[in-house]
Write a protein that binds this ligand. Structure first.
Ligand SMILES: Cc1cc2nc3c(=O)[nH]c(=O)nc-3n(C[C@H](O)[C@H](O)[C@H](O)COP(=O)(O)OP(=O)(O)OC[C@H]3O[C@@H](n4cnc5c(N)ncnc54)[C@H](O)[C@@H]3O)c2cc1C
Length: 430
């Protein structure tokens, strides 16, 4: 993932392409951007010198760096270290107004976006509303398990995991104690792999010191994957290295293990096997936010809005969709719901004349705890310590704000040298 630098020329081009530069100077056209995530924030910055008024809407007052959410969930980082208030990021942008509102619909004919606080008219609309967890209609999972998409999710997981250890200390029954200390992570993509690795390390390197009376043999971290592979987009050698590393870090990796139900006490697999576990973390799928179904625009796979090669909605050249919420294919495959897509897509928006978007895969990285990662960059695969260092550097560079970079770096250094996780607080009641 690379940052998108802005220039006056490219910003003006975005305005032109949206049909904005042709309007009379007296009434500056309004560009409404929905979503202050990876895509929306870049779009807003790109317009900072364009002759337009930008209104940025988001239901949260912060921009979140989702790739490090699992570290909040495993007590490694505080939420404020991976998020930053939108107003503080964009406070110097004179042509921008931020509004914290929930967007609920769209009146495309009248060119108004509908929010919980009333309609907002636009000349051009950029939808960058992102995605949400896909539970594939397994209703019991969000009811009893945990998704990982936003700050409250991560804090809920942290509170829950730590609380299981407190409960286990008080539990006399050995079977119930083992269920309290069994943590099931579902989904062998990057989020599942990183979550399982970090959880196992939190327990084995840190919590083991906090709870010396607990028998570590009672603790299980399982990573369940329905197919026969982890990190599907990586070459076989790296996939195997990832599985091996997880085993070495005491994560039980299970292939062909599809979850069909969970009641908060027992995980039921499709083959009929039951795993007693009080914790299930679902990292098995993503889809566009439910809002996309309420916009009156066509939707495609994963609820994403199909766009033309220039990212405009067919029949509505004044509406662009970017990032996770957009559906666009490259080489016959849908573009992944990954941050680089949200960022690179902006380059296509800026081009003049409009060009068909071409996704350039910057490579993939997944860390598996201390000193271990797998990396596949420009056809070269590597593992272990070098991949871990690349992962660290890439994530520090991409975090928004110097303060966040500094504090995350300090935190990681402290945890690395002292085998610590500072944020192991239980902040809510049971
Ligand atoms: C746990 C996790 C780990 C990830 N790890 C990686 C990784 O390692 N590498 C990688 O490349 N990608 C990763 N991703 C994916 C990456 O975060 C997304 O692809 C990226 O955020 C998409 O950018 P976006 O701008 O489309 O949406 P987002 O960044 O999700 O932003 C969408 C914004 O829209 C706002 N919004 C949504 N609905 C409404 C509404 N109704 N009203 C108002 N505002 C609304 C949201 O609050 C949010 O701020 C990860 C995602 C998750 C959840």
């Amino acid at each position: 993932m690379t940052d998108v630098s802005t220039s006056t020329q490219s910003a003006a081009t975005l305005g032109q392409q949206a049909g904005l530069a042709t309007r009379p100077a007296a009434g500056r056209p309004t560009v409404v951007i929905v979503g202050a995530g990876f895509g929306g924030l870049r779009a807003a910055r790109a317009l900072r010198k364009a002759p337009v008024d930008v209104i940025l809407l988001d239901r949260h007052n912060y921009h979140l760096f989702q790739p490090l959410l699992y570290q909040v969930a495993t007590a490694g980082l505080e939420p404020e270290q991976i998020a930053k208030p939108v107003r503080s990021i964009l406070r110097r942008q004179r042509n921008l107004e931020f509004r914290m509102v929930e967007v609920t619909g769209l009146d495309a004919e009248a060119r108004r976006i509908i929010t919980a606080e009333g309609p907002v008219p636009y000349d051009h609309l950029i939808l960058a509303v992102g995605g949400e967890t896909n539970y594939f209609a397994l209703e019991s999972i969000p009811r009893h398990g945990f998704g990982l998409k936003d700050v409250p999710d991560a804090i809920r997981i942290r509170n829950h995991v730590l609380r299981q250890f407190e409960h286990a200390m008080l539990e006399a029954n050995a079977e119930r104690r083992r269920a309290l200390l069994t943590f099931v992570v579902v989904g062998g993509g990057p989020t599942g792999v990183e979550m399982a690795g970090a959880l196992s390390e939190l327990i084995r390197l840190v919590l083991v010191k906090d709870y010396p009376r607990l028998n570590i043999k009672d603790v299980r971290v399982l990573l369940l994957e329905a197919t026969d592979r982890l990190l599907a987009s990586m070459p076989a050698r790296l996939r195997e290295a990832a599985a091996e590393t997880l085993w070495r870090k005491h994560v039980e990796v299970r292939f062909g293990a599809a979850v069909s139900d969970y009641d908060g006490d027992r995980v039921l697999l499709k083959g009929g096997e039951v795993i007693p576990a009080r914790s299930l973390i679902w990292a098995a799928g993503a889809k566009a936010v439910a809002l996309t179904a309420r916009l009156g625009l066509p939707t495609s796979r994963q609820g994403r809005v199909p766009v033309g090669p220039t990212l405009q909605v067919p029949g509505h050249p004044e509406i662009s969709v970017i990032g996770d919420a957009a559906y666009l294919e490259a080489a016959g495959e849908p573009l992944p719901m990954m941050a680089p897509v949200a960022i690179q897509i902006l380059r296509a928006l800026r081009a003049e004349p409009p060009v068909a978007f071409r996704y350039r895969d910057p490579g993939s990285l997944a860390t598996i705890g201390r000193n271990a990662a797998v990396a596949y960059i420009r056809g070269i695969g590597f593992t272990g310590f070098p991949a871990w260092v690349v992962w660290l550097v890439v994530h520090i560079i991409q975090l928004i704000g110097f303060r966040n970079k500094l504090f995350v770096l300090l935190n990681w250094a402290w945890d690395y040298f002292f085998f610590e996780r500072a944020a192991r607080l239980i902040t809510t009641m049971d």
